[in-house]
Design a protein around this ligand. Structure first.
Ligand code: FES
Length: 129
């Protein structure tokens, strides 16, 4: 069996939603101290919906594929669904990651949660979790 699924390779080679949102409503940046990889997520939120999401990831192939898949999973979704996104859901959507690469999908979950927290901190009227 190949180390990486077709989906991981696809999202690594053609990552979706790469970039920056200049006037983002929420920004989250997280890093993994062990591997040194960094992930940044930008959210544009309209009427409680993730209207747009972009990412910048300085990291391994799995981290890039995880960011790409995670942004696809939350784009167009209500905030309540985005807050529930787990690294497990990201890894499953990628048809799995090797065990020693699961932490890369954790980075995606954490970056999205950090961006949502930033949004809620700036928009207390939006409620939060
Ligand atoms: Fe650290 Fe992938 S090796 S995020």
């Amino acid at each position: 069996m190949a180390l990486y699924s077709e989906k991981v390779m696809d999202h690594f080679r053609n990552p979706r939603n790469v970039g920056v949102i200049e006037d983002a409503d929420g920004v989250g940046e997280v890093g993994n101290a062990k591997c040194g990889d960094i992930m940044k997520i930008y959210l544009k939120i309209e009427d409680g919906i993730i209207a747009d999401v972009k990412f910048e990831t300085f990291g391994c192939a799995s981290a890039i594929a995880s960011s790409s898949m995670a942004t696809e999973l939350i784009k167009g979704k209500p905030l309540s669904e985005a807050t529930e996104l787990t690294n497990k859901a990201v890894a499953e959507a990628l048809d799995g990651l090797p065990a020693h690469k699961l932490h890369c999908s954790v980075l995606a979950e954490e970056a999205i949660q950090a961006a949502l927290e930033d949004y809620y901190a700036k928009h207390p009227e939006a409620g939060g979790k």
